[in-house]
Design a binder for this molecule. Structure first.
Ligand SMILES: Cc1cc2nc3c(=O)[nH]c(=O)nc-3n(C[C@H](O)[C@H](O)[C@H](O)COP(=O)(O)OP(=O)(O)OC[C@H]3O[C@@H](n4cnc5c(N)ncnc54)[C@H](O)[C@@H]3O)c2cc1C
Length: 474
């Protein structure tokens, strides 16, 4: 059964409500310059970084500066049954922020203030358009840091990362975004402002609505403010580079780290093709070895001792290990890791975001290579390996006799097999990017019809007219 075969009790497809937008009436509610309908704005808002678009695109892009303006937009849209697509930086990889036919894309880019940084409480209060790296940098000036760090942290916004429950490099130790969000201000369809959560680290009053909004992909409300946890900057850190002969060997080492008495702050894996791609862009000596790369960082007072232990585990599993020459080399390697996918000679047909339990890492990386080979495709792999989250892509390198349609079919069949194997191993179709549009194909396989139907029922409570990000997510 397809996800869209599920219907709300009133018979309407989940989250679909649509009337033509009266742009002049909307603009009249907002300060001049808030509503844009120029071609460039509409084209840019029609897709996120995945490139997915419904082929038409939004009717307007709205860039409010205040919470009240967001409330006006959602009251207007709800009354007129106009779809609203919340949007941060548009760096999402699942189509979640792509503006769909006739919608209002509500961009948070001008809601970009860090309202407060409190070392005493270990929290920051910020607007949704704040870029994650800026929040982290501001916290560091006070001796604290913001842990969630998707590889896109220099562009991704706080609101977008909350709406996708973004992961990243450091979450192997510090947890995904959900574990850093204490309280939210959310504007609901109709314009009501809801406050969830609390400023204290602990708090269990009532159902956890904060968690419900985290990862809800803009389908329940628009996040207009967040109180997030900050942590003390670790006293020390050490970064290890492990070179392995192949991906399964590196994956076995990561699985072994999982049961060792260490808690690394980052465990990132780059497969042979990914390393080869990076070698074209960087002359870092470590890339010349042409092997599989594992980057492991330890932090805190015990960083050096933990790094020793990690090095021993990696060596036992066939790794050639050394400490990064200095912080500059460590940061350069991490920056390359963050941009691993950019290779002009490699055409990505499909990129995935599966996650498995750590103990299944060797089996899933072996499956990726087998599946690619069976479908006559190349593949590339980067992974937040420490938490079992893989980003394999099925690619074409060089000329291929198959037609574009045949290649697309092969890539999709490969992705289907990868997801099936992931679910067999107890994993998930998306570790951090979200369902958006592109992962909906596999949603029922993972969640089951009961769970999806319940999620539609929850959506109907928050958004009875189905105006928020219709057709996206669950
Ligand atoms: C090079 C690259 C590396 C990446 N690495 C990672 C990674 O390591 N980990 C990871 O998790 N992701 C990663 N991503 C994916 C993406 O960057 C993250 O999902 C990010 O959190 C999205 O933030 P954004 O501001 O761009 O959100 P958008 O792409 O603008 O939106 C994402 C979703 O959130 C919704 N949304 C946005 N703002 C709000 C709001 N204020 N209220 C309610 N809903 C909202 C949108 O409707 C959409 O569904 C990467 C992307 C790129 C391009």
């Amino acid at each position: 059964m397809s996800v869209h075969a599920l219907r709300r009790p009133d018979g309407a497809p989940p989250g679909r409500a649509h009337a033509a937008l009266d742009v002049a009436a909307l603009a009249a509610l907002l300060p001049p310059g808030t509503v844009a309908t120029d071609e460039a704005s509409l084209a840019a808002a029609a897709r996120d970084t995945s490139g997915w678009t419904d082929g038409t695109g939004p009717a307007a892009v709205v860039r409010p500066r205040t919470v009240e303006q967001v409330q006006h937009v959602l009251a207007f849209a709800d009354a007129g049954r106009v779809p609203v697509v919340p949007r941060g930086a548009g760096s999402g990889l699942a189509g979640g922020a792509s503006g769909t036919a006739g919608s209002i894309v509500l961009s948070t880019e001008r809601l970009d203030r860090i309202v407060e940084l409190s070392p005493a409480d270990g929290v920051a209060v910020a607007e949704p358009g704040v870029v994650l790296a800026d929040l982290d940098a501001a916290a560091r000036r006070r001796g604290l840091f913001y842990a969630p760090d998707p590889a896109s942290h220099r562009i991704a916004t706080l609101g977008g990362s909350i709406a996708t429950d973004a992961g990243g490099l450091r979450c192997v130790k510090y947890g995904v975004t959900r574990e850093s969000v204490l309280a939210l201000d959310v504007v609901l369809p109709g314009g009501r402002l809801l406050r969830t959560g609390h400023r204290s680290v602990k708090g269990v009053a009532g159902l956890d609505l904060t968690s419900l909004f985290v990862g809800s992909e803009g389908t329940l409300g628009v996040v207009v403010g967040a109180t997030v946890r900050l942590r003390p900057v670790p006293a020390a850190q050490a970064t290890l580079v492990g070179l392995f002969p192949d991906v399964p060997a590196a994956a076995a080492a990561v699985a072994a780290l999982g049961v060792a008495p260490v808690s690394p702050a980052l465990v990132e894996l780059l497969g042979e093709s990914a390393v080869a791609s990076l070698r074209k862009r960087s002359s870092l000596p470590v890339l010349r070895a042409g092997q599989v790369l594992l980057l492991v960082r330890t932090d805190g007072y015990g960083a050096a001792a933990e790094a020793d232990h990690v090095a021993r585990v990696l060596a036992v599993h066939g790794g050639t290990v050394r400490l990064a020459a200095d912080e500059a080399e460590a940061e350069a390697l991490l920056d390359l890791r963050r941009t691993w996918g950019l290779d002009p000679d490699r055409r990505r047909l499909i990129g995935e975001d599966v996650a498995v339990p750590r103990s299944a890492l060797v089996r899933i990386v072996t499956a990726v290579a087998d599946i690619a080979a069976r479908h006559g495709l190349d593949h590339s792999l980067a992974a937040h390996a420490g938490d079992g989250n893989l980003h394999p892509s099925f690619d074409v390198v060089g000329p291929d006799p198959r037609s574009e349609a045949e290649l697309q079919r092969a890539a999709l069949a490969a992705a289907d097999e990868l997801v099936a194997e992931t679910l067999r191993l107890g994993g998930t179709v998306t570790g951090e990017h979200g369902i958006g549009v592109l992962k909906q194909r596999w949603l029922l396989d993972e969640l089951g019809a009961d769970s999806v139907a319940l999620q539609h029922a929850v959506k109907a409570v928050f958004d009875p007219n189905g105006i928020l990000n219709p057709g996206k997510g669950y």
